[in-house]
Design a binder for this molecule. Structure first.
Ligand code: C5P
Length: 310
């Protein structure tokens, strides 16, 4: 099928995420670990503009070195566009322009946001008309975090992190993000966790292959009380990320000394997310960090998932 479209271009915006809670269980035979996580989409966005083309191409711009982002089939947005084309039996192509704000390999799902945005943009550009459920199914085939970037808001992820259920979250949470110049590889951090667990004999039995998010985390989100949520922040990957990059622990300590309620490594890192009491407190933390020579970003969540801007 070749759907001719009169649309000149489609601009889609998708958010980065923080894992407010990330419990990691055992490894399945496919290499993926069992997860119980709570994602929160935050106001740091990837913009993807899709333009008609006979072939598939990608260009990338943004504050991080764009040369570190592959422009071929290793790029998740490219894979997303091709997967949608195959599923829709569409024989044209697309030129994708990605404007990045989410740190590259930062543990905030930037590549997953690109893929989710590319799915939504190509669906609109090509007039594919896939349902949200169908897009979700394609998203899950691209990566564990991609369905959440489509979904946005606050959600519980189980399975590989791709089985989503919305979580009730009241109000707004303010986060200060300390990013790193150098990214961390997600598989490397998971492998380090396995190695640490093997060394420490952390589990007498095999790690569980099914986990739940503890009720206090969900209660804190429902209450909208940042202080309550700060007490429940947890990330099983943090010890592994800190083992690879000990400076991340220092960034968390500095954040707390600067007035943050609590800090956590975001996903597999290296971005550190500092939860603050309110917007004013976040501004204060950011100013204190700057005095210590540390630049940071002020974001808030939850925000919506991938959506068409124009
Ligand atoms: O799905 P995604 O491509 O984002 O995952 C990147 C890598 O992270 C996987 O190849 C795997 O090594 C690790 N991972 C995992 N268990 C998960 C999610 C990701 O081991 N649930």
């Amino acid at each position: 099928m070749s759907v001719s479209s009169s649309i000149g271009s489609v601009h889609v915006r998708a958010p980065g995420k923080i894992n407010v809670y990330l419990g990691v269980g055992g490894r399945h035979d496919d290499g993926y670990h069992a997860l119980a996580t709570v994602f929160q989409a935050v106001s740091l966005y990837e913009d993807v503009i899709a333009r008609p083309a006979s072939d598939f191409s990608i260009s990338v711009s943004g504050p991080d070195d764009p040369d570190t982002v592959p422009l071929d089939d290793r790029n998740l947005a490219m894979r997303a566009a091709k997967l949608l084309a195959a599923a829709a039996d569409y024989d044209g192509g697309v030129a994708l322009e990605i404007r990045k704000q989410v740190p590259v390999a930062g543990g905030m799902g930037g590549g997953s946001a690109d893929a989710a945005a590319a799915l939504v943009a190509c669906d609109a550009l090509w007039g594919t008309g896939f349902s949200q459920a169908r897009l979700h199914e394609l998203a899950a085939r691209l990566g564990a975090d991609v369905p959440f970037a489509l979904h946005g808001g606050t959600a519980v992820g189980t399975g590989r992190g791709d089985q989503l259920n919305p979580a009730l979250a009241r109000g707004r949470f303010d986060w200060i993000l300390v990013t790193s110049d150098e990214g961390l590889s997600t598989p490397v951090v998971y492998e380090r966790l396995d190695a640490l667990r093997a060394e420490e004999g952390a589990f007498a039995d095999d790690p569980p292959l099914s986990l739940d998010v503890p009720v206090p985390v969900l209660q804190a989100l429902r209450s909208g009380d940042a202080e309550e949520l700060a007490g429940t922040l947890f990330n099983d990957l943090q010890a592994a990320a800190v083992d690879v990059r000990p400076d991340l622990d220092e960034a968390i300590q500095l954040g707390v000394r600067s007035g943050a309620l609590q800090g956590i490594v975001s996903g597999s890192g290296p971005t550190v997310a500092l939860l603050c009491a309110d917007p004013e407190s976040a501004q204060h933390v950011q100013a204190q960090l700057r005095e210590s020579g540390v630049e940071s970003l002020h974001v808030h969540g939850p925000v919506p998932g991938a959506r068409i801007i124009s």
